[in-house]
Design a protein around this ligand. Sequence first.
Ligand SMILES: *Cc1c(COP(=O)(O)O)cnc(C)c1O
Length: 360
Amino acid sequence: MRVYNFSAGPAMMPQAVLEQAQAELLDWQGTGMSVAEVSHRSPEFKACAARTEQSLRDVMGIPADYRVLFIQGGAYGQFADVPLNLSKPGDTVDFVLTGQWGAKALKEAKRFGVETVVVADEKASNYTTTPAGDTITATPGAAYLHYTPNETIGGVEFGYVPETGDVPLVADLSSTILSRPIDVSKFGVIYAGTQKNMGPAGMAVVIVREDLLDRARPDSPSIWNYRLMADNDSMLNTPPTFSIYLLGQILDWVEDHGGLEGMATRNRKKAEALYGFLDASGFYSNPVAHDSRSWMNVPFLMANSDLDKKFVADAADAGLTNLAGHRSVGGMRASIYNAMPPAGVNALIDFMKEFERVHG
Ligand SMILES: *Cc1c(COP(=O)(O)O)cnc(C)c1O
């Protein structure tokens, strides 16, 4: 039986994609091999990788002066890779903090000899808000400004893109990429670990504006050097071939479902249903400011937290899995990425109603 998997990542994938992968697992495109067994230098795989990149360009509307890179090491790798590629020792680097992932990115950047400046920090609200749009000001001359459009643990999402003028804007889009339309031209670098909306774990997709390709520190690892990776079509070494293949399938699925506009409609409806239920309830609650609520990750609390473990266990028995909140914050969290069908959210709401009726 397939469950509704509410994990924050690795996360649920569209069933149609898994079925397609299963159907061609033993013989991919008449090669007599699995795609995972095919040489990354073969014409078949090169075409597959090129197609995945083109699909991503089409789906996200990536302008021609941006390069798309597939880099190993996930999003956490990019916490180091961004300073290695965009800054020199002594440079000023700006951070906006709206939760734990941004804080981790800041901590990692500090290892690379840069002067970090926190230009906005939502600590006062206990990270339940995003800064007001006009309060983010980049430091003149900063190498870049980094922020986290969707904080996966706190469930806090920006409803706008900060204006940073000449300072390149860098975004960790791990948990919200492909969930709604985005104007890529506003960014210097977008990166995202793939295990939320883009398939299995194991790589990051990095979208980088061409004029930023040549700033890498001379001692940065070759496989993490944006210029070298761009010049080698992300195949300086063996890339995560199966992840690239599955991302291509997922992008087909996104296109079949109306592209990013279709995803936005689907995700907004799911989020409205769940937040609407939470707000009407006296038993469950969500602490995040209304204008900063994530469409992807919905944390919630119960009036009586002694029931948390029972809630999570009973939900799993009902086929609704991985609803425990992040280990650092407790409570519950429902991650409702692109692949979570509306029926999964409705099943969760029904379960929550019944749980409240019995235990409330
Ligand atoms: C999941 C996540 C990460 C970490 O991703 P890894 O691929 O495990 O390194 C970083 N940032 C955000 C916003 C995330 O959601």
